[in-house]
Design a binder for this molecule. Structure first.
Ligand code: 3PG
Ligand code: MN
Ligand code: MN
Length: 559
């Protein structure tokens, strides 16, 4: 124990043994909801997950995965991968980016901070560019925060603003982009009346332009760069509302996949390329899908694509996106300080760890799990394996994704007996659920269930323990519902397909031959959430959890 009294050493659990290999499986986007035709998990053949459910209430239960249980501002906020995996890995509930930005805007502190002062130096002579996801989804960004940021800029002497918008349709209904752009245009018109030269300069759908993650496909970021920085795109319009409406009709893209466009003036010139002396703010608070652009905007040495021009700008993120890489150097709001995560503790206590997913979710069980920190804590005890994801497709085209490959690698890791913990994310329910394709999502859920089986079979062979859970809902409800729970219809009388996550709780199941006989879920934590899982897993490894962790979900009763 150091002089501060802090120690990484975890006390031994009074009853549970050490040395049982544990598989922690996170099914992405796998919530629990009523059984009906829009519940793809229910419709799909999922014998493995169904059999786990039979262990209720001692070995199967539900946990909260949305709202305040995962550090989001309100109970109306659906869960998401970032906050879900943060809670799973850190064992405590931290006020998350969405909330921290709200507080900084409310108090006005955002406008006194280092990041804002830094960009302010461009107000007099340069343009301030705001780049980010335009919706009220609250997963990566929120429109009301952008509105308050614009207000703050206008009150503090900004002369020229350009918005580079990314349309959503993934955390909100497809087609809602038009309304968000109209709202923004209205705000910008008000700013223009006050003498501020404020316009939308470019746009594109989030999944096709800019918001790739974990370096799956740099061409996505390049498309955005060309439009935002160089002012070049295959589609040119003089008005952003018209741009979104027309591109939705022809080439009939949905909001997530709108092709890149730039707004041009009467002479056909782009109204807002990013040039020397300008300031740029990326207004997403969530890191995973802004990190690649942040690198392109900030790094002198960059070889992922030809930037053509690398303007000398003052760049600030809404938040710091990577604490380890210190990326970006300047930011408007400090991120949650997620320290002392369970991964770090376990490594300090000699637990050898294997983590695996495919590219599109790889950072979830590494970066997010470890408190938004990239890299290993101890490369001698940890191995992180990334299975390359398909790129350039929408995942309903390949709904099985790499579930089998993830499971095979994990099975091999378990059977090698080189690891005490294997931790994986199975993306299917979520990634295919986001496409809104019900048939494909059913195939996806079946594939995830088969992958779970393969891992559980390996755990059986080595006498280990499994913990199967999820990070938030998605595939269990694919329709937008009204307040009474009935499917909502659009103006053509069609049900509105829900591409986003949900507010549903998620299952957690424990078992395996290594599970000590008296272990069962406690009954005194009915509101338990994802943050309670870390202490649970630490117990199963034979350790007591740190005293400030959310309590363990299990108890050990004498038989
Ligand atoms: O980034 C995404 O794909 C969605 O906005 C949220 O999905 P995730 O939180 O499951 O990654
Ligand atoms: Mn997720
Ligand atoms: Mn998702």
């Amino acid at each position: 124990m150091g002089s501060s009294g802090f120690s990484w050493k975890l006390p031994d659990h009074p009853k549970l043994p050490k040395g049982k290999p544990i598989a922690v499986i996170v099914l992405d986007g796998w919530g629990e909801a009523k059984e009906n035709e829009y519940n793809c998990i229910h419709i799909a053949e999922t014998p493995t997950m169904d059999s786990l459910k039979k262990g209720a209430p001692e070995h199967w239960r539900l946990v909260r995965a949305h709202g305040k249980a995962v550090g989001l501002p309100t109970e109306d906020d659906m869960g998401n991968s970032e906050v879900g995996h943060n809670a799973l890995g850190a064992g405590r509930i931290f006020a998350q980016g969405a909330k921290l930005v709200d507080l900084a805007l409310e108090s006005g502190k955002i406008f006194d901070g280092e990041g804002f002062n830094y960009i302010k130096e461009s107000f007099e002579t340069g343009t301030v560019h705001l780049i980010g996801l335009l919706s009220d989804g609250g997963v990566h960004s929120r429109l009301d925060q952008v509105q308050l940021l614009l207000k703050g800029l206008s009150e503090r002497g900004v002369k020229r603003v350009r918005l580079h918008i990314l349309t959503d349709g993934r955390d909100v209904l497809d087609g809602s982009s038009v309304g968000f752009v109209e709202t923004l245009e209205n705000d910008l018109a008000n700013l223009r009346e006050k003498g501020i030269d404020a316009r939308i300069a470019s746009g594109g759908g989030r999944m096709y332009v800019t918001m790739d993650r974990y370096e799956n496909d740099w061409s996505v970021v390049k498309r955005g760069w060309d439009a935002q920085v160089l002012g070049e795109a295959p589609y040119k319009f003089t008005n952003a509302v018209e741009a979104v409406k027309k591109l939705r009709a022809e080439p009939k893209a949905n909001d997530q996949y709108l092709p890149p466009f730039v707004i041009v003036d009467e002479s056909g010139k782009s109204v807002g390329p990013i040039v020397d002396g300008d300031a740029v703010v990326t207004f997403n608070f969530r890191a995973d899908r802004m990190t690649m652009l942040a690198k392109a905007l900030e790094n002198e040495n960059f070889d992922k694509f030809d930037r053509v021009r690398f303007p000398k700008i003052r760049y600030a993120g809404m938040l710091e996106y990577d604490g380890e890489l210190k990326l970006p150097r300047h930011y408007l709001v400090s991120p949650p300080e997620i320290d002392r995560t369970s991964g770090e503790y376990l490594v300090h206590n000699g637990v050898r760890t294997f983590a695996c997913s495919e590219t599109v979710k790889f950072g979830h069980v590494t970066f997010f799990w470890n408190g938004n920190r990239s890299g290993y804590f101890n490369s001698e005890l940890e191995e992180y394996v990334e299975i390359p994801s398909d790129s350039g497709i929408t995942f309903n085209e390949q709904p099985k994704m790499k579930a089998l490959e993830i499971a095979e690698k994990t099975r091999d890791a378990i059977l090698s007996r080189k690891f005490d913990q294997v931790r994986i994310n199975l993306p299917n329910g979520d990634m295919v659920g986001h496409t809104g394709d019900i048939e494909a999502t059913i195939v996806a859920c079946k594939a995830a269930d088969e992958a779970v089986k393969m891992v559980l079979d390996a755990i059986e062979q080595v006498g280990g323990i499994y913990v199967v859970t999820a990070d938030h809902g998605n595939a269990e409800d694919m329709v937008k519902r009204d307040k009474s729970g009935k499917p909502q219809l659009d103006k053509n009388g069609q049900v509105q397909i829900l591409t986003s996550h949900t507010l549903e709780p998620v299952p957690i199941a424990i078992g395996g031959p290594g599970l000590a006989p008296g272990v069962r879920f406690r009954t005194d934590l009915p509101d338990g959430g994802l943050a309670n899982v870390a202490a649970t897993v630490m117990n199963l490894h034979g350790f007591e959890a740190p005293s400030d962790y959310e309590p363990s979900l299990i108890e050990v009763v004498d038989n």
